[in-house]
Design a binder for this molecule. Structure first.
Ligand SMILES: NC(=O)c1ccc[n+]([C@@H]2O[C@H](COP(=O)([O-])OP(=O)(O)OC[C@H]3O[C@@H](n4cnc5c(N)ncnc54)[C@H](OP(=O)(O)O)[C@@H]3O)[C@@H](O)[C@H]2O)c1
Length: 261
């Protein structure tokens, strides 16, 4: 059991995995800084967290795909003296790359990669002030292979995974443990935002709850794990996919993700 007084900043905390993580930390009497765009949804998560035992909850309404927001969010984390940073906010945009709006893709990459990089860099000095601190970056099992029709999202999650693993080694000596949480299909607003309704039925059969993902993620993070893959099926695919011929895996993946008419 970890005796640290948890002070946690979570991005994308207004719903889904981020809200579930906030509730789990609330049960451990944490001080929370919750970030997302939608103030009203953040307020309902904050109410729930207070009921569950959070010491205090601060809300920061910010669009992290806008570079102008990064300083504000980092300052909130520094002022709260956080010792846990959870970079969770992210989404995908399903579709053929050439047909997608370049502007929309770039906005998506700013959230999925740049915001993590900037927030982590700006908050390392704050994290170093604690004897022990943690960074959790939310990747995805899409990180393990190239994914036709989900190309940019999957590549952004590969970035999150590889970058986190490298930082795990680099920051160990500073007392900062970095964990990549690598969920597979999880029952959240993700499919709708990604415009992947054609996969909803199939995804539901395999989906985990955000609560289960959050519990497994936090437990692995406190154990100092570099990579946490929740769920047996996801674990099996994380081990098996890199062992199989890439071309074969990509063909199978393309077949799963493509929209059947
Ligand atoms: N669900 C899955 O199947 C699955 C699988 C693997 C990995 N993941 C990853 O898990 C993470 C959480 O996703 P989720 O499944 O919980 O999806 P979700 O239900 O759509 O939640 C996404 C969260 O991110 C916030 N967000 C979105 N755009 C934002 C922006 N521009 N600035 C700040 N916050 C923003 C949303 O709040 P607002 O809309 O209020 O801003 C929301 O709180 C993501 O990184 C996703 O890639 C999900």
């Amino acid at each position: 059991m970890n005796n640290l007084k948890h002070k946690v900043l979570i991005t994308g905390a207004s719903q889904g995995i981020g809200a579930a993580l906030a509730c789990e930390f609330a049960k451990q009497k944490a001080t929370l800084v919750l970030v997302a765009r939608t103030q009203s949804k953040l307020e309902s998560v904050a109410d729930k967290c207070k009921t569950l035992g959070a010491e205090s909850v601060q809300l920061v309404a910010a669009d992290l795909s806008e570079p102008a927001s990064w300083d504000k969010v980092a300052q909130a984390g520094a002022q709260a003296g956080i010792n846990i940073l959870v970079n969770n906010a992210g989404y995908g945009l399903w579709g053929e790359f050439a047909e997608q709006s370049l502007e929309a893709l770039q906005k998506n990459m700013r959230l999925n990669m740049d915001a993590l990089l900037v927030l982590t860099h700006k908050l390392i000095p704050t994290l170093k002030k604690s004897q022990k601190s943690y960074v959790m970056n939310v990747s995805s099992t899409t990180a393990y292979q190239a994914l036709p029709t989900f190309a940019t999202y999957a590549a952004s999650k590969s970035f999150v995974l590889m970058w986190s693993r490298a930082l795990h080694h680099e920051l160990k000596k500073s007392g900062i443990s970095v964990t990549a949480l690598v969920p597979g299909a999880t029952d959240t607003g993700f499919i709708e935002r990604a415009n992947m309704q054609h996969m909803e039925e199939a995804a539901k059969k395999l989906s985990m709850t955000p609560e289960a993902v959050a519990q497994i993620g936090i437990s692995g993070m406190f154990k100092g794990k570099m990579e946490v893959v929740p769920g047996l099926m996801n674990k099996v695919s994380a081990v098996a996919v890199p062992l199989l011929p890439k071309k074969m895996v990509e063909k199978i993946a393309a077949n799963i993700y493509i929209k059947k008419q």
